[in-house]
Design a protein around this ligand. Structure first.
Ligand SMILES: Nc1ncnc2c1ncn2[C@@H]1O[C@H](COP(=O)(O)OP(=O)(O)O)[C@@H](O)[C@H]1O
Ligand SMILES: [Mg+2]
Length: 394
């Protein structure tokens, strides 16, 4: 394949390793400076110029978009997507993961363990926010910080309030998070490629520092991840829309707590800690997936007026329990079942002889009017059961 690595740091360890891995596998590979593209929307089809000339054809890109150029960088990635060039990380995925609040919001409905988090604007709501995450000590974070900069541990509520108000007064958005004391100075970085963790390490902070970032002097060691950690990492990356990601997790008393998902994970720390060929795994994954550029299903399908995607519940509306899919009448009503969700299991493209059970959920494409009666009632919010961290009770 012909691969473009989008990077502003051609000499960096990660870029060099990725380029070499692609080269060693017989691919054609170029490192292109993300900021030298021009997005060209003047012709009949979306196009790209590079350094003032029409870009040649590529099969895939690997975006390594730094924090300082998120807007332009994701615009370039989005343009490649419009041109049907494969990218393991979509513009949406990169945007979603870059903002710690946005990432936490997206993950929050998927049963993934995360530190309790709150986000407020008004001064009047700051105290409640601190209490809602379990009280001091709390961690305060700038939404778009990296490498540990912009992450503060506030030992007391008064101090937390003062910090938050100060940051608000300089127009900075911050989130408030429970301090996971049992994982103080330690966290796990899992490198996800496709649907598996290819390497994982534990980072340990130096001295009395609570942040374990390598840029804050943290040291790294290889770890074998427990299945629950692997699952949390892979699912988080998938939900964010990233096929290459560094997922950071705290080691909570009840299992993994996902803090953030990085779309351009550095390779030096993890390759040296584990001795594994992460760059090679990334290139192999891209090679394997290159025929399947991302399709925004919602965008493409909604072009058919009156049709759309919906999740239907068996047992609501039509009497489908115990029927085989082919006798369900869905087909006659112009409803196509894409996947069947039963408990934690997913059956893609369920066959006609599949017998439907109460509680099954069917992801369908079809006529909206025909599907209306089978849409489950909106979930009611449960009263919140708050788990207080141990030290909050002291
Ligand atoms: N809620 C928390 N409880 C305990 N430690 C935390 C918490 N949040 C962050 N940390 C520590 O601070 C480090 C940096 O936080 P993180 O959210 O990953 O920001 P960054 O993007 O700057 O790396 C983490 O690696 C971890 O060691
Ligand atoms: Mg981090």
């Amino acid at each position: 394949m012909k691969l473009a690595i989008l990077s502003r740091a051609p000499q960096s360890y990660s870029t060099q390793r990725l380029r070499q891995a692609a080269h060693d596998r017989g691919h054609r590979v170029k490192v292109l400076d993300t900021l030298r593209f021009s997005i060209d929307l003047s012709g009949e089809e979306p196009d790209l110029q590079y350094r003032g000339r029409l870009l040649s054809d590529y099969d895939a890109i690997l975006p390594r978009i730094g924090n300082s150029i998120t807007y332009f960088g994701t615009a370039v990635v989005r343009q490649f997507e419009q041109m049907d060039v494969y990218t393991p990380n979509t513009a949406n995925g990169i945007t979603n993961s870059r903002d710690k609040l946005r990432a936490t919001q997206i993950l929050s409905r998927h049963n993934i363990g995360m530190p309790a988090t709150a986000f407020v604007h008004s001064r009047a709501d700051v105290r409640t926010a601190i209490e809602s995450v379990g009280g001091a000590p709390v961690v305060i974070k700038l939404l778009e910080g990296t490498q540990g900069v912009g992450v503060i541990l506030a030992p007391a509520a008064k101090i937390a309030e003062a910090i938050i108000e100060t940051l608000h007064s300089t127009k900075q958005n911050v989130l408030v998070q429970a301090f996971i004391s049992e994982s103080r100075g330690r966290d796990i970085r899992a490198l996800v490629v496709g649907d598996r963790v290819v390497a994982a390490m534990r980072r340990v902070a130096s001295g009395d520092e609570f942040r374990s970032n390598v840029h804050r002097g943290g040291s790294v060691e290889r770890v074998e991840l427990a299945p629950e950690y692997e699952q949390a990492a892979v699912r988080s990356a998938q939900i964010m829309g990233l096929r290459v990601a560094g997922v950071d997790m705290l080691e909570g008393n009840d299992g993994p707590l996902v803090m953030e998902v990085n779309s351009s994970p550095g390779l030096q720390g993890i390759e040296s800690a584990t001795g594994l060929d992460v760059a090679g795994a990334i290139v192999d994954h891209i090679d394997n997936q290159v025929a399947f550029p991302e399709i925004d299903v919602r965008q493409r399908l909604s072009v058919s007026t009156g049709y759309g995607v919906a999740e239907l519940a068996v047992g609501i509306g039509a009497d489908l329990v115990g029927k085989r899919l082919r006798d369900s009448g869905l087909d006659d009503r112009d409803i196509t079942v894409l996947t069947l969700h039963r408990g934690a299991a997913v059956i893609p493209n369920p066959k006609g002889n599949t017998e439907l059970e109460a509680g099954d959920r069917l992801l369908c494409f079809g006529k909206l009017e025909e599907m209306r009666s089978m849409i489950p009632a909106r979930r009611h919010r449960r009263a919140k059961v708050r788990k207080l961290p141990k030290d909050a009770l002291a």
